[in-house]
Design a protein around this ligand. Sequence first.
Ligand SMILES: O=c1ccn([C@@H]2O[C@H](COP(=O)(O)OP(=O)(O)O[C@H]3O[C@H](CO)[C@@H](O)[C@H](O)[C@H]3O)[C@@H](O)[C@H]2O)c(=O)[nH]1
Ligand SMILES: [Mn+2]
Length: 408
Amino acid sequence: MPVTDQAFVTLVTNDIYCQGALVLGKSLRNHNTSRQLVIMITSQVTSRMRGILAHVFDVVVEVSTLDSADSVRLSLLKRPELGITFTKLQCWTLTQYTKCVYMDADTIVLCNIDELFDRVELSAAPDSGWPDCFNSGVFVFKPSVETFSHLLRFAESHGSFDGGDQGLLNSFFNTWAVSDISKHLPFIYNLSISSVYTYKPAFKQFGSEAKVVHFIGTPKPWNLKYNPQAKCVVEDESLSGHQHLSFLTLWWELYISDVLPLLTETEDLERSSCEQEKATTTGALHHVGQIELLMKNDHPPPVYSPETPADYADWTLPDCKAEHHAFDDTVEGQDLQVPTETCLEQPVTQDDTPMVHLAQSASELSIQEAEEKLRTEEERRKWEQGQIDYMGKYSFDNIQKKLDRFLQ
Ligand SMILES: O=c1ccn([C@@H]2O[C@H](COP(=O)(O)OP(=O)(O)O[C@H]3O[C@H](CO)[C@@H](O)[C@H](O)[C@H]3O)[C@@H](O)[C@H]2O)c(=O)[nH]1
Ligand SMILES: [Mn+2]
């Protein structure tokens, strides 16, 4: 029976984080949650992406980055790093629900976790870096305007010791560590993957019981390249030494099997108008809502095997993987077939909003921020005719700057 007064809640402030939220939402649906799925978004999330989110989430609610009493606003303006903090706090305003579980957009569930709704505010799992603090990537809370205004006042007077929501929430709910053990969620409800280094034997012993995986820190799964044939993440310097690559593979398989088809369905709805628009362009660019599939052939890059190092060779994913079709052998989605022609195109967007696209080569997929719109029809026409401004707008320096901006 659906429970309409309780919800899982997540937050995204841009289209890149939406990729994570869609995977999270799909993972919750695949494990048959009976609760509502709510996503809080900010104005930067594009309208097309909102449409896609609405396919997965029951409620897409726009919240503002700074929106409260003037005194709080002024105080927060002097502390711009608290912007995201403040945004997350707005989950307490969802008072149409009696209880919620907040989950970061960089988490996925491996099993049904509806039992979390038996817990009371504020229940959370220990942070792997400082276990007397809780990690604010997964927590049980009770929406309340009163609590929200207390949190705002607290933010105004105390700030956050880590500059983010986690420091603030730990200071506010400061008896979490000592008062009530039932508010300590087992670590398997927020398995922070970087923690596998600090206590490897525990990971080997208990890792297979994980219910929620949290890709804390960097890189996020969507910042990595993925090889769908080999089913593993493409080697990256930042990955050297990572020993939880199975989870990254899991994330990508779920993205491919469950999120990508959703994006291509959206494409179908828009195909006719887009085909008209792109009649003069070559064929491999697919307009899929806010996502562009940019295809090009490439030499196969080196791959990083999820089976290495040997330490983890005997480690298996939790039992619930069997019921999850992300592990199917087939890669769904017609648009994932390897293209046979070399084709590199410039995405053409509706407006100047930074976009996200999925770049696909013979051997890898990656989610990237797309180039901004070609400003005028003239510029676009020149691009199509191969008259590309390599000395100016599309010079190496400018492209490098865009890459740097994306990577920051
Ligand atoms: O540009 C951003 C950054 C964050 N988020 C949202 O905020 C969450 C937290 O950010 P994240 O990058 O996931 O932070 P973590 O790497 O998980 O770092 C830790 O520190 C953060 C700041 O205190 C806490 O919010 C996290 O829960 C905690 O795990 C994300 O998952 C998103 O839901 C956005 O939507 N856009
Ligand atoms: Mn996180």
